[in-house]
Design a protein around this ligand. Structure first.
Ligand code: ATP
Ligand code: MG
Length: 342
């Protein structure tokens, strides 16, 4: 990836931008044999128009479940959205009919899934699947759709795109399939793109190209927003305006990207950033990780979700869950070290 400053920085800081998506108190649980898994348990997240927001956190923190809940794609059973609101352009998606939801998926909000293998249909050609997306939304006549499909495949770095149109998913490598998924997601210029680990399966050059392409979507009208779920903090630093850090089914800290990297407040965020490999002066710093492991999802602590691993815990942490409080403009943290106004 290049060292150029991210283009996104010219955009207004998120907290003041008009919200495109506002998730309030979202709770999504799974009924399992071991009991109720509170995968997402009170997520608050706001995405302004034209904003690129990163969502980070260790495996199992609830990032994908949050994203799938927005589009109401949680497998039910075993999952169910038990509370909260997902306001998109002011409408609560959780109250829409399936038909209204279908009109929004792909057209208004599209998603690049973490597992691309399962999201292409094995019995249709790549071309049919791309064209179908446009026709399902009445977006183009067949000839135009075909042209646009080839153009999109080329833009996501698929060589000889015209001949790929007649191939089936199994004839493509994993990386190529991922690019097809990205082409499908970008095809209709959605207002919101949710990208769940979109580039993990791809090599570094293609990763940079795909991230650029996603930012182009936003830059084209200055309105489209992106929710980028990733484990790669370097990608967040380069592409995002704001970042939210999840742990134990909740957002623990959210801030403009510079503020979060410069002055992380939550001990969990501090741990995540300390685990980044860094070169300080002439000596590479050793890679550290946060001691301990993510608690069992069926037995999360009643107080702060991070209490079992936190070196700065004190009396209230085990018993009382802290609120998300604003510690600086647009910078929120959920930690008893920052009591907030009382
Ligand atoms: N279908 C399901 N049935 C039961 N539990 C589930 C299901 N899907 C997710 N979960 C649980 O929800 C929790 C959050 O999962 P999620 O996939 O959102 O994590 P994530 O933050 O996306 O992790 P990763 O970084 O590994 O992708 C996990 O404990 C997971 O086991
Ligand atoms: Mg995930």
């Amino acid at each position: 990836m290049s060292d150029e400053p991210a283009r996104t920085r010219q955009q207004p800081a998120g907290a003041t931008a008009e919200p495109l998506l506002e998730i309030r108190g979202l709770r999504t649980y799974f009924s399992t044999e071991a009991g109720e898994a509170k995968a997402v348990d009170g997520v608050d997240l706001r995405i302004g128009r034209g904003e690129v927001v990163g969502l980070v956190g260790e495996s199992g923190s609830g990032k994908s479940v949050t994203a799938l809940s927005v589009l109401r794609l949680i497998p039910d059973p075993p999952g169910h959205i038990v509370g909260g609101q997902v306001l998109f352009k002011g409408r609560d998606l959780l109250t829409l009919s399936w038909e209204e939801m279908r009109a929004i998926r792909g057209r208004e909000i599209s998603m690049i899934f973490q597992e691309p293998m399962t999201s292409l249909n094995p019995v249709f050609t790549i071309g049919m699947q791309l064209v179908e997306v446009m026709q399902a939304h009445g977006a183009a006549a067949e000839a135009d759709a075909g042209r646009r499909a080839i153009e999109m495949l080329t833009r996501v770095g698929i060589p000889d795109a015209a001949s790929r149109m007649s191939q089936y998913p199994h004839e493509l490598s994993g990386g190529m399939r991922q690019r097809v998924m990205i082409a499908i997601a970008l095809m209709l210029n959605p207002s919101l793109l949710i990208a769940d680990e979109p580039t993990t399966a791809l090599d570094v050059t293609i990763q940079a190209q795909i991230l650029d392409l996603m930012l182009d979507l936003r830059d084209a009208d200055g309105e489209s927003a992106i929710l980028l779920i990733t484990h790669n903090l370097a990608v967040v630093a380069q592409t995002c305006d704001r970042v939210a850090v999840m742990y134990g089914g909740k957002v623990q800290e959210a801030a403009p990207v510079e503020a979060l990297f410069r002055e992380p407040r939550h001990p969990y965020t501090q741990g995540l950033l300390a685990s980044l490999p860094r070169v300080d002066g002439e000596r590479a710093r050793r890679l550290t990780t946060i001691p301990g492991s993510v608690p069992d999802i069926h037995a999360l602590p009643v107080g702060c979700k991070f209490v079992t691993r936190c070196t700065r815990r004190f009396e209230p942490c085990a018993g009382i869950e802290p609120e998300l409080v604003e510690v600086a403009p647009g910078h929120q943290v959920r930690c008893h070290l920052y009591p907030g106004p009382s």
